[in-house]
Design a protein around this ligand. Structure first.
Ligand SMILES: [Ca+2]
Length: 223
């Protein structure tokens, strides 16, 4: 699955930078959202991001969550600025900047997709394992960053029955139509930038505990 050449380069690189000196550089490793509420059976993705001060040449980490609450859906997808490299523990959470070192805010390390198995809550905890030569955050040209890990929390709530969803949808569409003539009734969905009726959104959150992912009813044209 992974090339021997890249795996060998990563281990050699880690060994070299490990000999290079003490840790330096600011680094925060976090999720794209610290709190997430999903319905039972829902499949959803969390991005692992890094705010990188001193440039990195490679990284490897661990992710813990309660497997009775969530399960992984396939291996993680490594961010576009990294080559996926060997993770001996099998979690696939390791990347190598093969040409140019990487720095900046909101650097995507990996996207992890889960399925919500059952009702409950779990933390998502990021870490590295001491002694695992394929984990840590290797700096360019030498040394390791000392990351600050920021976890996340996922709550799995009941998925509303289909009939209830239909009633909610019809209700909020009616509300949206009544609001159509007033600009004050409209707000923007943060994830998409799409307009949505604020009254409709408040009703949805109260009923389902979640914000809209897409527009249920586009803003009607004014008469
Ligand atoms: Ca790992």
């Amino acid at each position: 699955m992974f090339s021997l050449k890249r795996d060998t380069v990563w281990v050699g690189l880690v060994t070299l930078v490990g000999l290079g000196g003490p840790a330096r550089g600011g680094l925060i490793v976090r999720f794209d959202t610290p709190e997430r509420t999903v319905g039972t059976g829902e499949v959803f993705t969390m991005d692992i991001l890094a705010d990188v001060g001193d440039p990195l040449v490679g990284w490897g980490l661990d992710l813990w969550f309660d497997p009775s609450i969530l399960s992984l859906v396939g291996p993680p997808a490594i961010g576009p600025r990294w080559f996926q490299t060997n993770a001996p523990d099998g979690d696939g959470l390791a990347g190598l900047a093969f040409v140019d070192s990487v720095s900046g805010a909101d650097v995507l390390l990996a996207s992890v997709t889960f399925s919500a198995v059952t009702l409950g809550e779990t933390d998502l905890i990021l870490s590295t394992t001491i002694g695992d030569l394929n984990e840590g955050f290797a700096l360019d040209p030498a040394g390791f960053a000392d990351p600050v890990f920021q976890g996340a929390h996922v709550s799995v709530v009941p998925e509303p029955p289909t009939g209830l969803l239909c009633v909610i949808a019809l209700s909020v569409i009616g509300l949206a139509r009544r609001c159509a003539g007033s600009d004050a009734c409209w707000e923007t969905i943060p994830a998409t930038g799409s307009p949505i009726c604020a009254t409709m959104e408040r009703t949805r959150i109260a009923s389902t505990g979640r914000r809209a992912k897409s527009v249920l009813s586009r803003r009607p044209r004014s008469a």
